[in-house]
Write a protein that binds this ligand. Structure first.
Ligand code: NAD
Length: 270
């Protein structure tokens, strides 16, 4: 289903690791909607090679960048503008990683070097991307930046550990930078708070399967999948949402507004 909502637009999409990645679906949908795309991921992720298949499919170059490395990000925006012959209209930040979660370190006993990495990779990287683009004036007026978040920024989900802190920082950066970039260049910046979704990053969280089922039963519409998330991203990259900025937007089938549901109550009824 294509309405050519992004016809003529040019965008950078980070975070497509494999065909389960949310970013992968966003890249496919954006291309379907008429956008030209540049793909990027960390050099280590490129070695896995799956991204090449996506690049071929949507005819997009890949410029590797570790999103914590400012020189890499400068190179990414320079190469992208060179490739497009001008500025970028939209950017997807779809990057998250916590060594503490990966290595099963409990929140009450975090390794602080890893904690710094979690915050740097999963949140500060958004600031670095935005600051790089801002200094280079690389995003068109009325351009749109979307980063992916999770409701653990607002409520405690114990096994999400330090990623919850990273998401809170990510959402705050979207608001703070959203003000400055909006005032200077009309660039809008939002986060989408997505349902739990089966992907490589998602599956790293302890008890993820049970958690997905719980969220499904706690959401009147059920969990939003990666493709639905991609559709929402497309709407935010399009000109139909030009005055939406500095928001954290829940894309979760109603989970965030639901107190309890009959299927969940039933489990506790003797
Ligand atoms: N899967 C879920 O349940 C869920 C829910 C809400 C939000 N999110 C968020 O969605 C985003 C995408 O995750 P996903 O679920 O598609 O998983 P994913 O594992 O497919 O994507 C995470 C990406 O981050 C990239 N990355 C890690 N370190 C990087 C670095 N230093 N520089 C550049 N890229 C780096 C990885 O290579 C990978 O492509 C993340 O921000 C995640 O927190 C996921």
């Amino acid at each position: 289903m294509s309405s050519q909502l992004l016809k003529g637009k040019k965008g950078i999409i980070s975070g497509a690791l494999n065909n389960m990645s949310i970013a992968w679906k966003v890249a496919e949908r954006a291309a379907e909607e008429g956008a030209q795309i540049v793909l990027t991921n960390a050099p280590i992720a490129m070695r896995m090679g799956e991204i090449n298949g996506l690049a071929e499919k949507i005819n997009a170059p890949i410029f590797a960048a570790d999103a914590t490395n400012e020189a890499d990000l400068e190179n990414l925006f320079d190469k992208s503008m060179e490739h497009f012959g001008g500025k970028v209209d939209f950017v997807l930040h779809s990057i998250g990683m916590s060594p503490n979660v990966r290595k099963g370190r409990h929140y009450t006993d975090l390794n602080y070097e890893w904690y710094k990495q979690s915050l740097d990779v999963s949140a500060m990287s958004l600031h670095k991307m935005l600051a790089t683009a801002y200094k280079k004036d690389a995003i068109s007026d009325w351009g749109s930046v979307v980063a992916l978040s999770y409701i653990a920024a607002q409520r405690t989900f114990p096994d999400y550990s330090d990623m919850a802190d990273a998401k809170a920082l990510l959402e705050s950066i979207a608001r703070s930078f959203g003000y400055h970039y909006g005032a200077a260049k009309k660039v809008r910046i939002n986060t989408i708070s997505q349902s739990p979704t089966v992907t490589t990053a998602g599956s790293g969280v302890k008890g993820f399967d049970g958690f997905i089922s719980f969220a499904e039963e706690m959401s009147p519409l059920g969990n939003a999948d990666a493709l639905a998330c991609a559709d929402y991203c497309i709407s935010l990259f399009s000109d139909l949402t030009r005055y939406v900025t500095m928001q954290n937007l829940f894309h979760d089938g109603g989970f965030s507004s639901t107190g309890v549901t009959p299927p969940v109550i039933e489990r506790f009824t003797k």
